[in-house]
Design a binder for this molecule. Structure first.
Ligand code: SF4
Length: 360
């Protein structure tokens, strides 16, 4: 080989070992979303900048707003709290940020993860509010599981958590609530709603902001952020988060959908974004009957039935009839179970992957 050619090929091999974004530093990771080999600094930059762009393009916040971050101590909400407080400072969003946690009363799981959130409160300087199921409903998840077993526990937990977050948000007087739902979660929910024929949820599960007609709108700044990148970001930044799964986590059905999406992602990283885009492009026929929003006669929370789901479930627990309000049970207080699909799918839709908090 000629000396100059040898020099060129050495240079080429050396160049391929540089970050493909800055072309200066050595790459330390392959970006799951794009498969680019990049350095840590460029990864932080593209990761944070993409979230900033999502926030700006979707007008998620207005200056002066009070925003609660639903914080479980897990990787998604920990990264969300960290990144949002960074972006708030860097881009002068003018937001008052809070951490809002719900203590479901799960010994050996939530008590430990809440310790992480308490440390995050100090690390990020964000005020923390914790509300417990026991205080709100008089039941812990440990008690509920003792009564009903491990079959529908996530239905109770998800319904109660949704309302508990709203109640916590009201106590903190926030204008918005943000959650750490990521792109994988949303793609998974699109798929599940198609599999279940749940048109009402399909139509709104890809919305970046939901509940604008309810007490506190909810936003998902990680709508386009891949789970793998969140894990990498937390790892490289050495963020303090809790990674154990809930001891009551079941649900094979959602697990299959999740595995299916992971398989697709392995073959084609864009698959996650494509599923989300497909979900966004669905149009509901005008002849499809959608649930009408009203308020619960008992607690005043938003509901499309006489009583909201939380009140129905709570009433069942207190009367020793926990199956009341689950799935297709008939003759409950809402007593209008001619269309049994709606309550059934609503209950199923909040079942878990690793946790059943994925209600959109
Ligand atoms: Fe609650 Fe999630 Fe545990 Fe289910 S998996 S019981 S929804 S914390």
């Amino acid at each position: 080989m000629e000396a100059s050619e040898e020099g060129k090929s050495k240079k080429k091999a050396g160049a391929s070992r540089l970050c493909c974004l800055c072309n200066q530093r050595r790459p330390v990771l392959k970006r799951p979303k794009t498969l680019q080999q990049i350095c840590k600094e460029c990864f932080y930059e593209v990761f944070e900048e993409e979230i900033h762009q999502v926030i700006v393009k979707n007008h998620l916040f207005k200056s002066g707003e009070r925003v609660a971050i639903g914080a479980s101590g897990g990787k998604d909400s920990t990264v969300l709290a960290y990144v949002l407080s960074e972006l708030n400072r860097r881009h002068s969003y003018g937001l008052d940020l809070f951490l809002l946690s719900i203590d479901e009363g799960i010994t050996g799981y939530r008590d430990d993860s809440l310790e992480t959130v308490k440390r995050n409160e100090l690390q990020y300087g964000l005020p923390l509010k914790i509300l417990s199921y026991e205080d709100l409903y008089g039941w812990t998840m440990d008690d509920i599981v003792k009564m009903i077993g491990l079959k529908n526990n996530c239905t109770f937990c998800g319904v109660f958590r949704r309302q508990a977050l709203d109640r916590g948000g009201a106590l903190l007087k926030v204008d918005k609530l943000v959650t750490g739902h990521n792109a994988d979660d949303i793609a998974e929910t699109v798929l599940l709603n198609i599999l279940r024929g749940d048109i009402a949820r399909l139509s709104r599960c890809t919305s970046i902001t939901t509940g604008e007609d309810g007490p506190i709108p909810r936003c998902k700044p990680f709508k386009y952020t891949y789970e793998k990148e969140i894990v990498m970001y937390a790892y490289f930044k050495k963020l303090d988060y809790f990674s154990t799964e809930c001891i009551y986590s079941p649900n094979a059905y959602r697990g299959f959908a999740r595995e299916f999406i992971k398989d697709l992602e392995r073959l084609r990283p864009r698959a996650i974004l494509d599923i989300i885009e497909s979900g966004e492009d669905f149009r509901i026929a005008t002849s499809t009957k959608m649930p009408e929003q009203g308020t619960c006669e008992r607690c005043g929370y938003i509901s499309s039935q006489k009583w909201c789901k939380a009140c129905v479930l709570l009433d069942g627990l207190n009367r020793g009839l926990p199956k009341m309000g689950i799935g297709r049970a008939r003759g409950g207080v809402n007593g209008d179970n001619k269309d049994t699909r709606k309550p059934a799918s609503a209950a199923k839709s909040i079942e878990s992957k690793k946790c059943g908090s994925l209600d959109f």
